[in-house]
Structure formats: structure tokens, C-alpha cells
Ligand binder design. Structure first.
Ligand code: G6P
Length: 487
């Protein structure tokens, strides 16, 4: 793993790494495209329902990349969707036009222990390999077991015979084993949207978790590296369950989640999006636009990025009079220890950098937007950007980098991408790769990006968009479901 403050990779080592990433990607995509029979009834199981109820507003699309990704699946398959019913939407059962929703009711204190505690304070940092953030409490683990059981019970009671169950993410890692024990007829697949790190196995419940995972028929992870790590973490032989149909060990596949490029382009061409893009352009007055869009999570390393920007100003790579930097910093997980303080620190640092490098006319070259922005604004900002900074310390995939690849293809901007983002596996060849945990490396990356000539930028932009079109969210879903059907 990269260490903080380490110098950025040399051009040579970057190229080697890029080649390795690309070769791996090609193999994996080939392996994923096998033809198999189709699946029967499909139940999707995720922590969040795709819609959320707000009093006075009604049902709205829930936030989060997973909901966006699965929208494409929902349009093509008859399915049910299991998700946690929150206190607010508990009394409302919507008639969702795409198919039925199943809101799983769980006591708030169990949800708190399971999601705020075990999932977000223990598993999230462990899966990202960020040791100093890992917290452990036995009561969180107990809550996590109960939370997973509430989901499993609902599925056990209602799933059709031999249905395929597609479980998502780190909040529900125990569900495969719970289902295998009670409903051996079900075929259970799990997609993990975070990275996978060895630290998972070192948790007090590490063996219990990896044993539970091994009851799944198929597990999809984002990169080849995650696949190797998970294989090493799984027990050598499958755990014994009530089922003879449960394979000895799950098939672990590299299954990078993606976006729907056509839907992205439709959103971009929408007149309302175009109006925002025109406003963005108008404000620029010919300056160079640099954009970052993140949740304020320590894995996204917004702090390191701001320090990298500061260094780029200091070294003269960036000129305050000729650049506009917009960093969207969406607050997240207020209840999880450390997030509120981290957010305050990010906002303080942004203010410090902005006031340190004011322009001659007194205006600031850096603007931090301390809230989430709607999808049209995201599309408009990314389409107009000359440079996008996607520099997490570690990330499962990072769909913003894929959105940038489509929205920005015509503009021909540059992507400065962390090699620790899952997306580096597919887009690294056409991006400036940096070490997201190192401000010095980020500053180097900005400098390199600023000096790329027009032809090289265009070539990279085409390469990125092509990579996203070759592996869309439909390919992702179809290849996972094929593996599940073959299991
Ligand atoms: C990641 C996780 C998702 C989660 C999202 C937002 O992408 O994989 O499961 O929903 O972050 O986090 P939040 O805590 O706001 O749900």
C-alpha cells in the first residue's frame, strides 16, 4: 500500500503499472462474457431501497451510486427489491412502477449498531485497508448479525423456489450463509462494491465473515487485485451447510460496476443541463476549470487533494488568475465517529487554500461546495471541466470517473486518477495516474495534466469514453447474472 507523503510514481513505473492494469482488465472481461442459461425469479437485496420517503415531498429516488447502477437492471428484469424500511417510510408501501419493493423493518437501535457501527465504523475502513480508522464493539457485531438475519428471514419467508438472490455490499455480508442454511434451493450471489483488503480477515469476527461469504455461489468484486485478496481470505474449503447444491467455494469474479453511457448522454443533452453548463462556462471567463466531486469520506482523501492543489499553486503549476477550481464536498455519515470533524477540517483547509491564493481582483480561485449537487449539475460541471481530480486514497470503483469519461469526451479534458481507485483498472491507461494519499503526487499529476498537448488529451478522452462504452452497467449486470445462472 502507498504511504502518505511518498513521492509520486515515476513516468516509467506508472506506464508499467498501467500496462499490468490493462492486461488484467482484458482477461477479466473475456472471462466474464460466457454464455449460460437465464435466471428465474430475481430478488435484489441492498441496504437501501431505491426510493426514500420524505414527509411533505413523497417518494424520491434514493441517493447513491448503487441505486443508479441498478436502475438499468431494474428496467430489464422482473425483480423484487429488498431494502431497509426507515422510520420515515415505514408506513408507506409505494406502488413502484418497476416492480415490488420489500421494506425490511429493523429496530432503530439494531440498525444503528449494524450500519453506523459495524458496517461504517468497522467494515468500511477494514475493507479499504485504513487500519487507524477501524473501531470494534461486540455490541455492533451482535447488531450486525441481527440486521442481516432480519433481511434473511424476509427472503426465506417469501422467495420463490430456486430464485436467484443478488445481495449487495458490505452491510449484508452474512446473508449468503443465513440463506444457505435455511433455503438451500436459492442461488445466492453477492456483489462487493468496496475494495477488499486483508484487514477484513484480522477483525475479531474475520473468520465468521469469511465463512459466511463462502456460502455464496458467486461473489463479484471490482478489480483483479480484490479478487486475489478475497480468494486468499476465504477458507480453503467451503463450510458445510444444509445444502448439497452449495459449491465448495464461491466463484469469485472480477465484476467492475459501470454506468449507462446512453442515459448519461441523454441527461447531458437535456436543455436543463445545457443551461447549467452555459452558466458554468459564463462564469469561467476563459479560465481553466478543475473539478472534483466527492462525498466527504476519508477514503476520498479530499484533504490530501486540497494539499496537493496548494502545492501546485506553491510550485507555480497553477496560476490563480487562470484557474477555477470547484470541489463538491457532499457531507455524509454524520452519525459515524470522525466524519463530522473530518468535514470541518476539509472546509477549514479549503478556506485556507482559497484565501492564500486569491486572484489580483480579490476573488478566490477555489470554491468548495459543502453539499451534494443534483445530477444535472454534476453532468454540467464534468462536461465543462478541463481537468477532473478523482484521487481517493482507496475506492471500490468511483463512478464519477466513468461519468466524466462520457460527459467530457467532446471537451477533451484530462482525468487525474488515483491508482487506488477501482476505475484505474479500466481507465488508467488513458489518465494521469497518481498516488491519492500523497499531496506531492497529486501536485505532480496536475502539472503533468496541464502540460499534455491537445492531441494527447483528445486521444485520452476517446480512450476513456471507449473503455466505458465497451463495459457498461448492462455488461456488468448481464455478466454477473450469467455467472449466477451458471452456478
Ligand atoms: C458507498 C457504499 C454504499 C453507500 C454509499 C453512500 O458507495 O458502497 O453502500 O450507500 O457509499 O454511503 P451512505 O453512508 O451515504 O449510504
Amino acid at each position: 500500500m502507498s504511504t502518505s507523503g511518498a513521492p509520486g510514481p515515476t513516468a516509467r513505473s506508472r506506464r508499467d503499472r498501467r500496462d499490468a492494469l490493462v492486461d488484467g482488465r482484458r482477461d477479466e472481461h473475456r472471462n466474464g462474457r460466457r454464455s449460460t442459461r437465464t435466471i428465474g425469479e430475481l430478488d435484489v437485496v441492498a441496504n437501501r431501497l431505491p426510493v426514500a420517503w420524505t414527509d411533505g415531498v413523497g417518494w424520491e429516488r434514493a441517493p447513491g451510486g448503487l441505486v443508479t447502477a441498478l436502475e438499468a437492471v431494474v428496467r430489464r428484469h422482473r425483480l423484487r427489491w429488498f431494502g431497509a424500511a426507515t422510520a420515515a417510510d415505514g408506513d408507506h408501501r409505494p406502488a413502484w412502477s418497476h416492480g415490488p419493493l420489500v421494506g425490511v423493518r429493523v429496530d432503530p437501535w439494531i440498525t444503528d449498531a449494524a450500519v453506523t457501527g459495524m458496517a461504517n465504523s468497522t467494515l468500511w475502513p477494514a475493507l479499504h485497508g485504513i487500519g487507524e480508522r477501524i473501531r470494534w464493539r461486540d455490541s455492533w457485531w451482535d447488531g450486525y448479525v441481527d440486521y442481516n438475519r432480519a433481511f434473511a428471514d424476509e427472503i426465506v419467508a417469501t422467495a420463490a423456489r430456486a430464485a436467484s438472490i443478488w445481495v449487495h455490499d458490505y452491510q449484508l455480508l452474512l446473508v449468503p450463509a443465513m440463506l444457505a442454511a435455511q433455503r438451500p434451493d436459492l442461488v445466492v450471489g453477492l456483489s462487493i462494491h468496496t475494495p477488499v483488503d486483508e484487514a477484513l480477515g484480522r477483525l475479531p469476527a474475520g473468520d465468521a465473515i469469511t465463512d459466511a461469504l463462502s456460502a455464496a455461489a458467486v461473489i463479484g468484486v471490482q478489480t483483479d487485485r480484490d479478487r486475489r485478496t478475497l480468494r486468499d481470505l476465504l477458507p480453503e474449503r467451503g463450510v458445510s451447510t444444509a445444502s448439497s447444491r452449495v459449491p465448495a467455494l464461491p466463484e469469485v469474479i472480477t465484476s467492475p460496476v459501470s454506468i449507462d453511457p446512453d442515459a448519461a448522454l441523454a441527461l447531458l443533452r437535456d436543455p436543463a443541463t445545457d443551461a447549467i453548463a452555459q452558466r458554468v462556462r459564463g462564469r469561467l471567463e476563459g479560465r481553466y476549470l478543475i473539478v472534483g466531486i466527492d462525498r466527504v469520506d476519508y477514503t476520498k482523501a479530499v484533504e490530501e487533494r486540497l494539499r496537493g492543489i496548494d502545492l501546485a499553486f506553491r510550485r507555480g503549476h497553477l496560476d490563480p488568475d487562470r484557474v477555477d477550481i470547484v470541489q463538491v464536498a457532499q457531507p455524509t455519515r454524520h452519525a459515524v465517529g470522525g466524519y463530522a470533524a473530518h468535514r470541518v477540517e476539509v472546509e477549514r483547509l479549503a478556506h485556507e487554500v482559497a484565501s492564500q491564493w486569491t486572484r489580483r481582483d480579490g476573488s478566490a480561485p477555489l470554491r468548495l461546495v459543502p453539499e451534494g449537487v443534483d445530477r444535472r449539475t454534476v453532468a454540467a460541471l464534468l462536461s465543462e471541466a478541463d481537468l477532473a481530480l478523482v484521487t481517493p486514497r482507496r475506492d471500490g470503483m468511483n463512478l464519477v470517473s466513468k461519468e466524466f469519461s462520457i460527459y467530457n469526451e467532446r471537451h477533451g479534458g484530462v482525468l487525474v486518477l488515483s491508482e487506488q481507485a477501482g476505475a484505474a483498472w479500466e481507465l488508467g491507461e488513458h489518465s494521469v495516474l497518481v498516488d491519492g494519499s500523497s499531496p506531492a503526487s497529486i501536485a505532480d499529476g496536475i502539472a503533468e495534466a496541464m502540460h499534455l498537448d491537445h492531441d494527447r488529451r483528445r486521444e485520452m478522452a476517446r480512450g476513456r469514453a471507449g473503455a466505458v462504452r465497451r463495459w457498461t452497467v448492462h455488461d456488468w449486470a448481464a455478466s454477473f447474472l450469467r455467472s449466477l445462472a451458471a452456478a
